[in-house]
Design a binder for this molecule. Structure first.
Ligand code: FAD
Length: 286
């Protein structure tokens, strides 16, 4: 199908984008277009005015200062996957970015677009939950910074308010010795996660000191694997601890069901992928 007609603007500053957003009713920002354009073609979305963020240079960067990595919203999945800063200081996020879609999607799609879209099977949310990321939102009213848990509200629903743009994602640089891994069991046709697990582990003296987990694809919203984290911290850093804790991956979660994966199968796969992600993270922890 062909999208309904719309006005198009391509501002070159955040201030101008915010002015356009506030002054045009029915306007919507466009980033990589990898989710929004298909929705417009299917007429699931019909914005009257598209405000393209692609020419705003001040939204495209990946940089590290004082132990925090700041990623501008229009940084593409490919920029994240190949970033030396991320590979060195936050490899979990680079690994998740590399697992998104195909080359074309990774070259066009952006972290800001993905997080704002909040598809329940998207890859970034799991990594960002595990990393305890924050997002910085800007509007003509000012700016605010939210923890990722408070931003991702439910399937295709975020805390973004009218007139707001997600400007930046902030993640901590890894503390020395942490090991991490992102693994997903993907739907064979779409490549989206049936269960995607981001894990980060730290150990000392043979015991697990840090356990952080984010899980996507399993429920209507990505979530922190809090029960798994609690079951791991202080336990011996060995396979039996990981396997036992992984059994809690979908505890208390209402798993999604579709033609590819029934709810009980999806919950089971969440446990399998959690165990594998924990094993990979532990093998990488020093
Ligand atoms: P757009 O499509 O331009 O925008 C998406 C939504 O976010 C729109 O509502 C838009 O208004 C809003 N928005 C965009 N940027 C901002 C901003 N800075 N502030 C506020 N609102 C904003 N994703 C995965 O996670 N894993 C996959 O395996 C995967 N496979 C895919 C395969 C295909 C074939 C395709 C087409 C897509 C796939 N995707 C996958 C989705 C892809 O990651 C998209 O890039 C992403 O969901 C949206 O990012 P975008 O930059 O393209 O945003």
């Amino acid at each position: 199908m062909i999208a309904q007609s719309f006005e198009y603007s391509a501002p070159d500053s955040i201030a101008e984008a915010l002015r356009l957003l506030a002054s045009h009713q029915g306007s919507r920002v466009l980033a990589g277009g990898q989710s929004l354009i298909p929705m417009m073609k299917l007429r699931l979305s019909g914005p009257a005015h598209l405000i393209d963020l692609a020419r705003i240079a001040e939204l495209n960067y990946i940089g590290e200062t004082n132990g925090s990595i700041r990623i501008g919203a229009t940084s593409t999945h490919n920029q994240l996957a190949t970033s030396d800063t991320l590979r060195q200081s936050c490899p979990l996020l680079a690994e998740a970015a590399a697992r998104i879609g195909d080359v074309q999607v990774r070259n066009l799609g952006t972290i800001g677009g993905s997080v704002s879209h909040n598809d329940p099977a998207a890859d970034y949310p799991a990594a960002l939950q595990a990393l305890r990321a924050q997002v910085r939102l800007v509007s003509q009213r000012g700016e605010r910074t939210l923890p990722i848990d408070k931003f991702l509200l439910d399937a295709f629903t975020t805390a973004l308010e009218p007139g707001e743009i997600l400007a930046e994602v902030i993640v901590p640089a890894d503390a020395p010795g942490l090991g991490s891994a992102y693994l997903k069991h993907q739907q064979p046709a779409s490549g989206f996660a049936v269960a995607g697990v981001a894990a980060q582990l730290g150990m000392k003296g043979g015991k697990i000191t840090t356990a952080r987990l984010g899980i996507t694809g399993v429920a209507s919203n990505s979530y922190r694997g809090a029960a798994v984290e609690a079951a791991l911290e202080g336990r011996p850093a060995q396979d039996s601890s990981l396997a036992e804790a992984a059994g809690l991956a979908a505890k208390g979660v209402e798993a999604l069901s579709d033609v590819y994966a029934a709810a009980d199968y999806r919950a089971h796969i969440a446990g399998v992928m959690t165990r594998r992600a924990l094993q990979a993270a532990l093998a990488r922890a020093k």
